[in-house]
Design a protein around this ligand. Structure first.
Ligand code: ZN
Length: 490
């Protein structure tokens, strides 16, 4: 019945002059957050909402309006249409959308044990157990948290799309804080990665998996103990091996955000910054070494970046953005590829990459990362890469990050570092940092690990847009080694 109401409303919008319209209805949108610190409940939130957004293109301009009351659907659609008409008086360039294939389809996450069906006591008990395993007499505090989200979304548009999505996401993590021998704060933390094998699942079972999550608190505790007394990493130039959480940040900040097409066209300048990439860089710019192959994938299994279809109704595809170091493509939507091609005076982008995403029903979709992945290479396992490293630094987990406003350079601090000497992990160092120019850094990529090193790191805190939208995504990344990197502190 709701489906018919939505279809009737879209027909009405068309008859009133809309060039295009879509309606995203979140029939179910549940979020649960549990945070236990030092064994006690620090925060608990359970939210369940329902609502819809109507997006209308009329006279070359967008109008958008949303509501929680489905009885107001027609009135909400009318407001969206009126907003588009008003906006059309002020736009400099008319919006048009690239063609797409319309689908009637249902997409579902590969759902295992639904965390919303697990007793709250059981979930709290698990996080308490992690707290207990992390606790040490010399630590200031420890904590563990988990976020679960589940949504059922209908997407219908005036081009014939009728898409239903059932999405489940699980995001657990934990941390420990302590003072080091200089009295300064140190931390070690861990975020669960997702298993991207096609026959694996997303669910509460991920939290119970030793490899993905439950087997790590003891290691993290030991690592923090070792950091507290470790020598500070002095400034030097050496090989750098960023471990998965660090490699995900590197990919996120200097490939992902740099290659969002709206940012390349100047749309995010006032808030999140621009990009050093220009339209004339596509198919010419050497973004990195020949070992670098990067993708914007909408099909990586079990990722919060994979939703079957984006919020333009474009089916998820795998887009190679960097091929053997050469820049080929970007993170794109239907609107931006037309605008970019018009601005460039040639066809750079042939189809939308399916990366137009909104945080929820009450937000307008914009270009967002889905899965920004780096292909595995042919340089063997992590152990083989370490064995071939004479003088290096291995680093893990972001501690702080600062990035140039055009993503042209960066400076990252990490929670822990390990010196590598003559092919062996030698000792732990404190306050490891590294910095570089984005392009020079990716050009220094000299070893890329094989499939066994590839891991899907989840990201649940990517912010972009005005008003700000927080997006969920992931980075599939192999073990990588970079040559001649400036690390450490003066
Ligand atoms: Zn981000």
């Amino acid at each position: 019945m709701i489906e018919q109401q939505i279809k009737d409303t879209l027909e009405e919008l068309k008859s009133q002059g809309a060039e295009y319209a879509d309606i995203r209805f979140h029939a179910l949108d549940m979020n649960e957050r549990i945070h236990i610190r030092d064994g006690l409940m620090k925060n608990y939130k359970m939210e369940s909402k329902s609502g819809y957004g109507v997006r209308v293109l009329c006279d070359g301009a967008w109008g958008f309006f949303s509501s929680e009351d489905i009885k107001l659907l027609k009135a909400t659609a009318k407001v969206a249409l009126d907003k588009a008409r008003s906006a059309s008086l002020f736009i400099q360039e008319k919006v048009s959308l690239s063609p797409k294939k319309a689908f009637k389809d249902t997409y579902s996450s590969n759902i295992g044990t639904d965390p919303f069906n697990v007793n709250l006591e059981e979930k709290i008990e698990l996080l308490r157990k992690i707290n207990a395993n992390l606790t040490h007499a010399s630590f200031d505090f420890v904590g563990a948290g988990a976020s679960f989200s589940k949504r059922n979304v209908l997407f219908f548009d005036t081009e014939g799309s009728e898409i239903e999505k059932n999405i489940l996401e699980v995001d657990p993590s934990f941390y420990a804080y302590a003072k080091d021998s200089d009295g300064l704060n140190q931390s070690r933390s861990y975020i669960m990665y997702q298993n991207s094998l096609k026959d694996s699942t997303v669910g509460y079972e991920n939290l119970l998996d030793e490899k993905q999550f439950l087997g790590h608190p003891e290691r993290i505790k030991e690592e923090l103990i070792s950091v507290l007394e470790a020598p500070i990493q002095k400034e030097e130039v050496c090989s750098l091996i960023p471990m998965p959480e660090m490699m995900a940040l590197q990919t996120h900040e200097t490939i992902g955000h740099a290659l969002e097409l709206d940012r390349i066209l100047g749309y995010e300048l006032s808030y999140a910054g621009g990009s050093h990439v220009d339209l004339d860089h596509f198919n010419t710019l050497e973004f990195g070494s020949k070992k670098l192959n990067a993708r914007a994938s909408g099909v990586t299994p079990n990722s919060p970046g994979t939703e079957g279809y984006d919020d333009d109704g474009v089916k998820g595809i795998d887009v190679q953005m960097i091929e053997s170091g050469i820049l080929r493509n970007a993170i794109t939507s239907r609107q931006m590829i037309i605008e970019a091609n018009n601005k460039a005076g040639k066809e750079i982008f042939t189809e939308s990459g399916g990366a137009c995403r909104a945080q929820s029903y009450n937000c307008l979709p914009i270009e967002r990362m889905n899965n920004i992945n780096i292909d595995p290479g042919s340089d063997g396992t992590l152990q083989e890469i370490i064995a071939k490293t004479e003088n290096g630094l291995m680093v893990e987990t972001p501690r702080s990050w600062s990035i140039g406003s055009n993503r042209e350079n960066f400076h990252f601090a990490c929670e822990i570092g390990w010196k590598i000497k003559d092919g062996k992990v030698d000792s732990v160092v404190r306050n490891p940092t590294y910095k570089g120019d984005s392009l020079n850094f990716w050009h220094s990529l000299d070893m890329v690990g094989d499939k066994s090193t590839w891991q899907l790191q989840q990201v649940y805190n990517c912010g972009k847009g005005q008003p700000n939208q927080i997006m969920h995504l992931a980075h599939g990344i192999p073990a990588c080694r970079f040559d001649q990197v400036t690390v450490g502190n003066k």
